[in-house]
Design a binder for this molecule. Sequence first.
Ligand SMILES: O=C(O)c1ccccc1NCC(=O)[C@H](O)[C@H](O)COP(=O)(O)O
Length: 221
Amino acid sequence: MADPVLVKICGIKTLPLLDATIAAGADMVGFVHFARSPRHVDIETLQMLISEARGRIETCVLLVNPDNSCVMEVAALSPDWIQLHGPETPHRVDSIREAAGIAVMKAIPIGSAEDVAGVAAFAESADRLLLDAKPPKGADRPGGLGTPFDWSLLEALDPGLAFMLSGGLTPETVQDAIRRVGPMGVDVSSGVETAPGVKDEGLIRAFVSAVRGAEPGRGAA
Ligand SMILES: O=C(O)c1ccccc1NCC(=O)[C@H](O)[C@H](O)COP(=O)(O)O
């Protein structure tokens, strides 16, 4: 039987929403530490959320092109994952992973066949790949914009490469995405919000149950 598709809910900012995400049955929760984001949480809040989540759900701290001191400050909180969501190179991903001693998920923006061709370069340096929509030029942040990308681009990807999928997923579209793309996991932020940064418990529950009810995608054993 195919492994269940992992569900990550990204951009949780408060304890009640963390509890609701765990109760909904998600596998991972993402905390955004990036000042320009409407989902930004400061270091003190990160510490509280990570310690409340420990042993209940996997935690992931999202950083954008962090410097070494930011990496070490976050690593000291011992999240399960660091998600790199900026223009980090494979070499930089490798050195952050080494310095932090924490598993790294690398988000790769996809908007063209050329972007897909670049994915394999991260396969050795990152512990997990997250394929996300490429933000439009001039966007004020590199993710969490609620826009999907053309999933058919991923047909050119090495079928042996496991990845999570994100970019504009919603409770209504996620089953189709899983069936067509066959990701090992899915990640959502905007699709479970009523406004940027405002999560909705009902939408989180609807998203998780849509994933649990999805048919296995292409490539699933
Ligand atoms: O959420 C943000 O504001 C954010 C800021 C900077 C980099 C990444 C950001 N979010 C990434 C995510 O929440 C997800 O990993 C992914 O991009 C899905 O977002 P969405 O399309 O909103 O579902």
